[in-house]
Design a protein around this ligand. Structure first.
Ligand code: SF4
Length: 208
């Protein structure tokens, strides 16, 4: 099979980086996790802190067997698939293989592409720069909205009205704006207690 076809089927994927660390944000904050960061993103957030991920062609393409074998080198059995925008790829083969080897599978996605993969936890972080695909709303376990501008509170509510009941709702200050929005976010959550605050604790603790 040619590499292009293998990527399109999901049996090979471009990997920007993969590393074992501590999940710093969202519902799994504090958990040891193996991050698989896939290359490629067409969302274009102005404040993106991994812009180098955008061009998929820059990153080595690896077989899913190789990706999983590398994950197995570490003691933790929680994998977080992120990007870039991981749903640009068919994630069924990778997640099925991970689960067959005993991993919990989590994803962090903007939801901008049709959903694929067998996931135990779906963190949906919508972005204004590209409309989410409708398939994300019924599978999201966590809605995490980055607050970069005051209009992001309305944006958060717009998506909250579409997710399923029980979806955890999180507001997270964008790192460079954290001090600007701290008070507003605190007041918002006190007035709207169906939301919680998520902080990028790995940045406070300087954990890569
Ligand atoms: S979706 Fe994620 S990787 Fe893509 S531009 Fe936005 S923040 Fe960056």
């Amino acid at each position: 099979m040619q590499i292009k076809e293998a990527v399109s089927s999901g049996s090979m994927l471009p990997v920007m980086e993969a590393f074992y660390t501590i999940q710093g944000e969202g519902s799994f904050t504090g958990h040891a996790a193996y991050f698989i960061r896939l290359g490629g993103c067409d969302v274009g957030c102005v404040w993106c802190d991994v812009k180098e991920s955008w061009e998929a062609e820059k990153w080595p393409v690896k077989s899913i067997e190789e990706i999983v074998a590398e994950a197995e080198q570490h003691p933790g059995r929680l994998v977080v698939i992120t990007g870039g925008e991981p749903l640009m790829y068919n994630l069924d083969p990778l997640t099925e293989l991970l689960k067959s080897r005993g991993f919990q599978t989590n994803i962090e996605t903007s939801g901008a592409h049709p959903f694929s993969g067998k996931f135990d936890w779906v963190c949906f972080s919508p972005k204004k720069f590209k409309e989410p695909h409708p398939s994300i709303y019924q599978v999201a376990d966590e809605l995490k909205v980055v607050i970069f501008h005051k209009s992001d509170f309305d944006f958060a509510e717009k998506h909250a009205s579409k997710v399923r009941e029980g979806c955890v709702k999180l507001l997270q200050p964008e790192w460079s704006k954290a001090s600007t929005f701290t008070e507003q976010i605190v007041n918002y959550v006190k007035s709207n207690p169906n939301w919680k605050i998520s902080l990028q604790t790995h940045k406070f603790m300087d954990i890569p």
